[in-house]
Design a protein around this ligand. Structure first.
Ligand SMILES: Cc1cc2nc3c(=O)[nH]c(=O)nc-3n(C[C@H](O)[C@H](O)[C@H](O)COP(=O)(O)OP(=O)(O)OC[C@H]3O[C@@H](n4cnc5c(N)ncnc54)[C@H](O)[C@@H]3O)c2cc1C
Length: 389
């Protein structure tokens, strides 16, 4: 075993290498990657080859799947640097962490053999489809997508999903569908793994989000799915979804910290470099206030996110920690990117800085993976249970 100091030095060096890779290789390609399509796919493949060559590929993926096996606590220390660009996790092969581990933990033997290793290597890409267009995403019990059991034990899946991230490039989609019971029932929902090459699967349309690419509406028109492609226990999907979402939200929070730090750095550089006839921007107290409030938001959010990391890593019930971190990190990213745009003036809204894309992420952060309201009420209810009536 390594001495603690040696370990800390190694981790610091790894974080610096990740940060340098993201800054020098990923960030310059952001406009192409943001636009999506074949040019983005080609650019991503090139970046992925570079990350493999640099020994930075799939750092948090389990070793048994071909990853480098950093546990959550160690990965958390570099996830900010990797996530400073929205494309960092895909470029460095961390993006499949949720799908590969979900399929590995909850898949039948054939699913475990077919997919998790190939997701980890980057050969396959997966997406995750819970949200239906016609029913509230905040209320999965109402899911309208259905999977009907066939005589051979397999399933026929019918329905639509939307805002499924990266669905158009995916080889696999894990879809939430009702296998038993009626809309509104608390059980009877299952997760099924569907190859996107299956007859009846269709990408309906792209759904640009504030001008950004990557979200898709998809359709399942009587798609046949093998019996062994149902994940975990039939009708118990929401336990798997909750496990996935807890980790997923926490990873997003770490990446949002990285993006907010980037916006903060840009803001401070602008403050110091821009001068009017009354002196530099930084001499105005209202400008100083933006710097102060942004730093306060960053510094008060970071420990909350690391509390969530610690709770998940320890296998504790992390609902409160993750709920606090998710709401704080989403607000913080929106606040810091908004301040950075304000300080840049019109340039902050134009094409020459990454601020519009960072702001877009900040705004979407308050809705995706559960809107703020859901986390606020969920945390408050749990906390109140600890007090007498
Ligand atoms: C960029 C982006 C990427 C996404 N990626 C995916 C993906 O990959 N896979 C996927 O399945 N989904 C994805 N989504 C969908 C996302 O998970 C849903 O949008 C989210 O869960 C909210 O569901 P909804 O949009 O149906 O809103 P609704 O459920 O219709 O809620 C709308 C609003 O009503 C209010 N509200 C709802 N419930 C409550 C409540 N209990 N208390 C108080 N107020 C409430 C909130 O203000 C909420 O924003 C993505 C969304 C975005 C924007």
């Amino acid at each position: 075993m390594r001495a603690p100091n040696e370990q800390a030095c190694k981790e610091k060096e790894l974080t610096e290498r990740v940060s340098a890779f993201v800054r020098t290789h990923v960030m310059p390609h952001e406009p192409v990657l943001d636009a999506g399509g074949p040019a983005a796919a080609a650019a991503l493949r090139k970046l992925q080859a570079g990350a493999k060559e640099a020994g930075l590929w799939a750092l948090p993926l389990p070793e048994e799947l071909g990853g480098q096996g950093l546990d959550l606590a160690r990965y958390a220390r570099l996830a900010e640097a990797e996530g400073a660009s929205d494309h960092g996790p895909a470029a460095l092969g961390s993006a499949p962490l949720l799908d590969a581990t979900m399929l590995w933990r909850h898949g039948a033997d054939r699913v475990r053999t077919l997919y998790p290793h190939r997701l980890t290597s980057g050969e396959l890409r997966a997406c995750y489809a819970m949200t239906d267009p016609e029913t509230p995403g905040t209320d999965p019990y109402l899911t309208a997508t259905r999977a009907v059991e066939r005589a051979d034990g397999g399933w026929t899946v019918s329905g639509r999903k939307w805002f499924t991230s990266h669905a158009a490039e995916a080889d696999l989609v894990t879809v939430l569908a009702r296998t038993d019971g009626q809309p509104g029932d608390r059980t009877g929902l299952s997760l099924l793994v569907v190859p996107t090459s299956a007859p009846g699967f269709r990408v309906v349309r792209e759904l640009p989000v504030l001008g950004g690419a990557g979200q898709w509406e998809i359709e399942f028109d009587r798609v046949h799915v093998d019996a062994d492609h149902l994940l975990g226990e039939r009708g118990r999907a929401l336990a798997i979804a909750a496990e996935r979402l807890q980790l997923g939200r926490t990873l997003r929070c770490l990446r949002w910290l990285g993006q907010a730090q980037r916006a903060f750095d840009l803001m401070c550089e602008r403050v110091n470099s821009r001068t009017g006839s009354r002196g530099p921007l930084g001499s105005h107290q209202l400008v100083q206030s933006h710097v102060f409030e942004s730093l306060l938001a960053l510094r008060t959010t970071r420990p909350l996110v690391h509390e969530a990391v610690a709770a998940i890593g320890a296998g504790r019930d992390a609902h409160v920690e993750v709920g606090l971190a998710k709401v704080a990190a989403a607000r913080m990213l929106q606040q810091v990117t908004d301040a950075a745009i304000q300080i840049h003036g019109a340039a902050g809204l134009g094409p020459d800085t990454p601020l519009p894309a960072l702001y877009r992420t900040g705004r979407t952060a308050r809705i995706l993976d559960g809107p703020d309201e859901l986390h606020i009420t969920g945390v408050a209810r749990r906390v109140l249970r600890g007090y007498g009536t």
